[in-house]
Design a protein around this ligand. Structure first.
Ligand SMILES: *Cc1c(COP(=O)(O)O)cnc(C)c1O
Length: 383
């Protein structure tokens, strides 16, 4: 290994953007229509088709998508919403935007996701909804969760922020959900800079979400702009400005076309990591569950107690080789914003939060970069 290689930093994630995205944005700029318009509509149609969703509504990010999903599902003040603490904080924050209370449930150690069993321990008569996350892209078992929640009248919202390109029960994730929320932040696979989507099987929820994202206007800004003599609009309820721009949607359309290739490359690199890690002691890597495939948005590894290094020491060891790993998924109940809330014991959440780290994995990663990460994991401990 040359000194130069050694000094080049390997990042945990890098978006894969190219000249097609540049051309798409230029075309939008030249068209003069930069806010929500025809490209947003085209991106919604393409995304709905790719995810096998009946309806898709583009929004400004996944946090606003979750907020909108809770509103159209009728969740409000006094309601409880079951969420995993082991998730990016937006999952726990969203219920508070509608006056509801997030209630933390533990997760399964293999997937990092909620299960019917972990949800069951925190359900009360006030439970109105569950936000179930496909954590790090690992598909949750929506069939099992809905089999538990539907008879209780509990709405399941799928937080598929990380999971574009993952599959469950032979279909794209989200296809089995009544409503799902997606993110196009650069930390995910498909990116529009910032951006999000709501997908839903319900026409009534889709229509309301579409109005609510632009102030509950009866006439969309795009329709108003398209007509010479615009009809007067009405505002039927208090809405939001959660719009995506045509600039973002143009990038999204190109990125959606790249998604299968991105997933294939990530799975190839992750398989090579899994092979190397299987030869090492004291490390456990995330894997596909029985009912689906992950896009490896986060390729996490647990540093087990038998390993002489703990997670922090392993991160330092990797940093010494110029490798920028990240701590594993956060735990919201440990953050000041939510630490005041009562919660059940969350032993698996705390263990994964303390012992996991995320390995560098991105589309353009070279074989040499991948080898450097594997070498560093190997040199950490040879029993
Ligand atoms: C990234 C992420 C979000 C937030 O997405 P934004 O588009 O940044 O608002 C929500 N939930 C999960 C699980 C995430 O990973």
């Amino acid at each position: 290994m040359s000194l130069e290689q050694e000094l080049t930093r390997i990042n945990v994630m890098q978006p894969w953007l190219g000249e097609e995205e540049v051309a798409a944005v230029s075309e939008v700029l030249r068209s003069g229509w930069v806010a929500q318009g025809p490209r947003v509509a085209a991106f919604e149609a393409a995304f709905a088709q790719a995810q096998q969703a009946e309806h898709a509504i583009a929004v400004s990010n996944c946090t606003t998508a979750l907020h909108l999903a809770l509103v159209v599902a009728g969740v409000g003040a006094g309601d409880e919403v079951v969420v995993p603490s082991l998730s990016f904080i937006a999952t726990a924050n969203a219920p508070t935007y509608v006056g509801a209370t997030p209630v933390f449930a533990d997760v399964d150690e293999a997937t990092g996701n909620l299960t019917p069993a972990t949800i069951a321990t925190v359900v009360t008569p006030r439970t109105r909804a569950v936000i179930a996350v496909d954590q790090g892209g690992v598909p949750l078992d929506m069939q099992a969760i809905r089999a538990f929640c539907d008879p209780l009248g509990i709405t399941v919202i799928e937080d598929a922020a990380c999971a574009a390109g993952s599959t469950a029960h032979g279909r794209p994730v989200g296809a089995g959900a009544e409503i799902a929320a997606w993110s196009f932040h650069p930390r995910k696979l498909l990116t529009t800079g910032e951006g999000g989507m709501v997908t839903t099987s319900r026409a009534d929820w889709a229509a309301r979400a579409r109005r609510l994202r632009e102030h509950s206007m009866s006439v969309s800004a795009a329709d108003r702009h398209a007509s010479v003599l615009a009809s007067p609009e009405t505002f039927d309820e208090v809405g939001f400005n959660f719009r995506m721009t045509d600039l973002q949607a143009a990038v999204g359309i190109v990125q959606l076309g790249r998604l299968p290739e991105m997933v294939a490359r990530r799975r190839e690199l992750a398989t090579a990591y899994a092979f190397a890690i299987a030869q090492l002691s004291g490390l456990r890597m995330v894997a596909d569950p029985a009912w689906g495939t992950t896009n490896f948005q986060s390729c996490w590894v647990e540093v087990l107690p038998e390993h002489p290094l703990d997670r922090e020491e392993m991160m330092m060891h990797l940093a010494g080789a110029g490798i920028s790993a990240r701590r594993g998924i956060m735990a919201s109940h440990r953050q000041p914003a939510h630490s005041h809330r009562d919660h059940v014991a969350l032993p698996v959440t705390e263990r994964l939060n303390d012992q996991t780290l995320i390995l560098p994995l991105f589309h353009q990663m070279t074989g040499a970069e991948h080898e450097r990460v594997v070498d560093a994991l190997e040199s950490a401990w040879r029993p």
